[in-house]
Ligand binder design. Structure first.
Ligand code: IPE
Ligand code: IPE
Ligand code: MG
Ligand code: MG
Ligand code: MG
Length: 307
């Protein structure tokens, strides 16, 4: 007789949940993005190449999970959730450009600039950013969301601008020339380049659910911890995994002189810091209604993911 441990059952449930939500997100992205044969078709094909190459869709899933736990309807959240995925995909297309990380493989396929050329890849990224922001202005429709949509836009713009994701990306590039980056610097880079958009994704769901300020601060706490954990894990996977598993090159960070958690702390201590951040996220989520629903399991997934 085979027995299944509680942990395995939870992991299987989360995997099934993620697969279901990924399908929901992909269906909506398909609806929201221009067709590949719409003028200018090369640009639209480039956008679709990167968006539909795959991806975990974690940011939209976090948005849906946070919103639903706080009482929002999926139908009101799904378009903004996809706006977050568009902005994330823009950040990946630009992150891979020769002037930034110079990567050839992403989501298991050649990067946007490798297939379509640099100029089109830059414009595909610009388009996804613009399209994503536009969605926050128009969705969900209805007067009752008017104030929440303004708050959503402010939250996302703050998270992805020079005091957030782009600031983190700039500091990440600058730090390549840093002989001995400090632990504080690496944490700041990671919190900004990756953590802020992830945290904002949760907040978008919570804001659209009409959450109180107190609840938003709990979601923010969870989001900060899961965001940092996500990038620590990304750094660890770059050291420990391979391109076939990740769908992107590994071993690139050390070669490029990137400021990373394993670089500053070593692998063992980085794993410990990862666990601590996951545990803090789990604890924060448990203060939410219904014990945070699927959010604690999503935090554990971030800590244990293999790609
Ligand atoms: C990769 O993000 C870029 C980072 C912020 C580390 P993901 O690992 O979420 O990439 P996809 O969306 O699943 O491809
Ligand atoms: C990317 O960080 C962060 C953003 C795209 C904003 P990385 O450069 O570590 O991501 P990967 O490893 O290329 O996915
Ligand atoms: Mg990078
Ligand atoms: Mg990169
Ligand atoms: Mg990385």
């Amino acid at each position: 007789m085979t027995t299944t441990s509680g942990t395995e059952t939870v992991a299987r449930d989360v995997a099934a949940f993620l697969a279901r939500r990924r399908a929901d997100v992909d269906r909506e992205l398909e609806r929201l993005l221009p067709a590949g044969d719409e003028w200018p078709s090369q640009l639209h094909r480039a956008i679709r190449h990167s968006v539909f190459a795959g991806g975990k869709r974690l940011r939209p899933i976090l948005c849906l999970a946070a919103g639903e736990v706080l009482g929002a309807r999926t139908e009101d959240l799904i378009a903004p959730a996809c706006g977050l995925e568009m902005i994330h995909t823009y950040s990946l297309i630009h992150d891979d450009l020769p002037a930034l990380d110079n990567d050839d493989l992403r989501r298991g396929v050649p990067t946007c600039h490798v297939v379509f050329g640099e100029a089109t890849a830059i414009l595909a990224g610009d388009s996804l950013l613009t399209h994503g922001l536009g969605i926050f202005a128009s969705h969900p429709r209805g007067e009752r969301f008017a104030a929440a949509k303004v708050r959503v836009l402010e939250t996302v713009v703050d998270a992805i601008g020079t005091r957030g994701m782009i600031g983190g990306q700039a500091a990440d590039l600058e730090a390549e020339n840093e002989a001995a980056p400090t632990a504080e610097l690496v944490a700041k880079i990671h919190e900004n380049k990756t953590g802020r958009l992830m945290c904002a994704s949760l907040l978008v769901g919570a804001i659209l659910a009409g959450a109180s300020e107190e609840t938003l601060s709990i979601v923010d706490l969870y989001g900060r911890r899961i965001g940092l954990a996500f990038q620590i894990k990304d750094d660890l996977l770059d050291v420990e995994s391979d391109a076939a598993t990740l769908g992107k090159a590994s071993g690139k960070d050390a070669a490029a002189g990137k400021a990373t958690f394993p670089g500053v702390w070593g692998v063992d201590k980085s794993r410990q810091l990862l666990s601590e951040n996951v545990a803090a996220a789990v604890e924060a989520a448990s203060a939410l209604p219904g014990g945070g629903g699927v959010l604690p399991d999503l935090a554990r997934f971030v800590g244990s993911r293999t790609s």
